[in-house]
Design a protein around this ligand. Structure first.
Ligand code: B4P
Length: 192
């Protein structure tokens, strides 16, 4: 199954993708994690991305597409993947659509995790205290939410118009949200 998780920063994409990966037995592809790995490795790409990410802005579309093409073409994606953090603007959505058409693997589902802004801010503040991620400071969070509203929100409309969008309530315990996502993928599935 090929699935894309959509939602604002802090909506639970990474959190739910980690669980869905076990449930669906397909890899979790997080562009945020891929970028953080490049930063940690000190690669040329990582050095370019580091400051942009810390500011809460988007890394260039060209870098992201190259990274995504590379990851999606690996053998472990033969049965599908869960995409988290990409596409983040309409250029990326078009590029992904073209890539999947080219390799004959259309997207099956686009799931949006819907969470009110005040709760997003609260969750990210919790992670900032627990993990100290470089872009979880208040100024970057404000910027990430602004970028989401102006650049990423239109991607939701893109998938709605393609008839692929399912909106899931992202408020509640991790298990509750997980069960809602699984139900949205297969309405009759029972995941306990
Ligand atoms: P990401 O790593 O994608 O970060 P994110 O949008 O903040 O979401 P994340 O998945 O980490 O958090 P989640 O909602 O799971 O991107 C980071 C940066 O990388 C971007 O700002 C950008 O610079 C760059 N980037 C990435 N992709 C890019 C692209 N395609 N193009 C350009 N640039 C790109 O969880 C947040 C917190 O909420 C966690 O602490 C979690 O424990 C908590 N939480 C989750 N679900 C909860 C629940 N149900 N109840 C309570 N808490 C919950």
């Amino acid at each position: 199954m090929r699935l894309v998780l959509l939602g604002a920063p802090g909506s639970g994409k990474g959190t739910q993708a980690a669980r869905l990966k076990e449930h669906l037995q397909v890899p979790h592809i997080s562009t945020g994690d891929l970028l953080r790995a490049e930063v940690a490795a000190g690669s040329k790409l990582g050095l370019e991305a580091k400051e942009v990410m810390a500011r809460g802005e988007l890394v260039s579309d060209a870098i992201l597409l190259g990274m995504l093409e590379d990851r999606v073409s690996r053998a472990d994606t033969a049965n599908g993947f869960i995409l988290d953090g990409y596409p983040r603007n309409l250029t990326q959505a078009d590029a992904l659509d073209a890539l999947l058409k080219r390799i004959g693997q259309p997207m099956d589902y686009a799931v949006q995790l819907d969470v009110p802004t005040e709760l997003l801010v609260e969750r990210i503040a919790g992670r900032a205290a627990a993990e100290g991620r470089a872009d979880d400071n208040p100024e970057s969070v404000r910027k990430r939410l602004e970028v989401y509203n102006t650049q990423t929100a239109p991607v939701i409309e893109f998938y709605r118009q393609h008839g692929q969008l399912t909106v899931v309530d992202g408020v509640g315990a991790l298990d509750e949200v997980f069960n809602r996502v699984v139900s949205a993928l297969a309405p009759t599935a029972d995941v306990g």
